[in-house]
Design a protein around this ligand. Structure first.
Ligand SMILES: Cc1ncc(C[n+]2csc(CCOP(=O)(O)OP(=O)(O)O)c2C)c(N)n1
Length: 377
């Protein structure tokens, strides 16, 4: 076996300091520190800002509804908006997104209707939308499995000659799963048009980064797979957008996969059932809250004269309307058919499943219900 030297490996070593285009105080970094990346246009940054404000309001509203029992669990992405939306706004509608449970605001920004996003967190259906309609796969909970799906779809697209890329999110903890190794490796071998966005929010529930790995940074792993790795300030939407955009362009034009680590912080509990005060101190959380991604971009846009009072009013109105629509959707009781449980298991129904369906149907009938729940029944 020999290595094909006609296609030399790119320089894959990521930099020490996370790459940024806009610093903590909202000032753009000088051009010579931009490493060949361009600051996104004011129009793009304004769009990202608007979507981040809308997403945060939506996220806050979902969390509030968990307290009212309208859905059982919700993993908030508060504090991670720049990583989430800097990524999806860089995508084309035809690129595919493979999200995790953490990434509901990314799914929202892909245009999936609000009522269809939270069906799995309510326990109504596994996925409330048609993945093909939005080129957005179902949100997965089994850690790192989505990476394999992304590499599979990207490889198929490459074989068919479709000029699209697959983007997938993964948390720092999930990079310890074997599935992630397999996905990174085969993406490299097959040069699959995949962009891996690792959201290093520094915790896997209660397990901090330091107990997860001795690696200096997660993007260092890219070296071992022979793919380019980037270490990006995940609270800088401009940097995330710029690096993801260039990775997507490379992927779509046959340049293979990229691993991008976005260094950020989960400022909220892991989900509404977690108590983070048991494993981290409030000083650390406060320090990261002060690095808020929305405030950073807001400062930049204000300093450029690109955010007026009228803009803010219209953005806040849009955010309130989004929260209202979601609240209304979740305040309706779902009408569910328990017999749907048996649909979509096999292409052709098997005898054992048929028997179970009939048993449940007769039990429901004996209770005087046509098999539907919800709607106040
Ligand atoms: C294969 C598998 N193992 C364990 C779990 C339980 N689990 C759910 S979330 C989580 C932590 C994941 O942390 P990370 O990947 O850093 O993502 P984050 O939740 O911080 O976004 C664990 C261990 C799971 N869902 N799947």
């Amino acid at each position: 076996m020999s290595i094909d030297l006609a296609t030399p490996l790119p320089n894959v070593l990521p930099d020490d300091a996370p790459f940024r285009l806009i610093g903590d105080t909202g000032k753009a970094v000088p051009p010579k520190q931009r490493k060949g990346f361009e600051l996104p246009s004011i129009e793009t940054l304004s769009l990202i800002y608007r979507k981040m404000v809308v997403a945060r309001r939506w996220d806050t509203q979902v969390t509030a509804l968990t307290r009212q029992g309208r859905l059982s669990t919700y993993p908030s992405a508060r504090g991670q908006e720049a990583s989430e939306l800097g990524t999806v706004i860089a995508m084309r509608p035809t690129d595919w997104l493979f999200p995790t449970y953490r990434d509901s605001i990314a799914v929202l920004t892909r245009g999936v209707p609000t009522a269809e996003i939270l069906t799995s967190f309510r326990g109504d259906w596994h996925c409330g939308w048609d993945p093909h309609e939005y080129s957005t796969a179902p949100q997965v909970t089994p850690l790192a499995t989505q990476l394999l799906h992304a590499v599979g779809l990207a490889t198929a697209a490459k074989l068919k000659g479709d000029p699209i890329a697959a983007v997938t999110f993964i948390g720092d903890g999930a990079t310890s799963e074997g599935d992630s190794h397999e996905a990174f490796n085969f993406a490299g071998v097959w040069q699959a048009p995949t962009v891996f966005v690792i959201q290093n929010n520094q915790f896997a529930i209660s397990v901090p980064y330091s107990k997860q790995t001795r690696a200096r940074m997660l993007a260092d792993r890219a070296v071992g797979y022979g793919i380019p790795g980037f270490h990006v300030d995940g609270n800088d939407a401009a940097a995330v957008y710029a690096v993801v955009s260039s990775a997507l362009e490379r992927a779509r034009s046959g340049g293979g996969p990229t691993m991008i680590e976005c260094l950020t912080y989960r400022t909220e509990p892991h989900t509404n059932s977690d108590d983070p005060s048991r494993y981290r101190n409030s000083k650390e959380v406060d320090a990261w809250r002060a690095k808020d991604p929305i405030e950073r971009l807001e400062r930049y846009l204000l300093s450029e004269g690109a955010l007026t009072d009228a803009d803010r009013e219209s953005i806040n109105a849009e955010a309130e309307e989004g929260a209202r629509a979601m609240r209304d959707a979740l305040n309706k009781d779902p009408v569910l058919d328990p017999l749907e449980l048996f649909d979509h298991v096999y292409f052709a129904e098997r005898p054992a499943l048929k028997e179970q369906r009939e048993a449940l149907a007769s039990e429901l009938a004996s209770r005087g219900s046509a098999g539907r729940t919800g709607g106040g029944e």
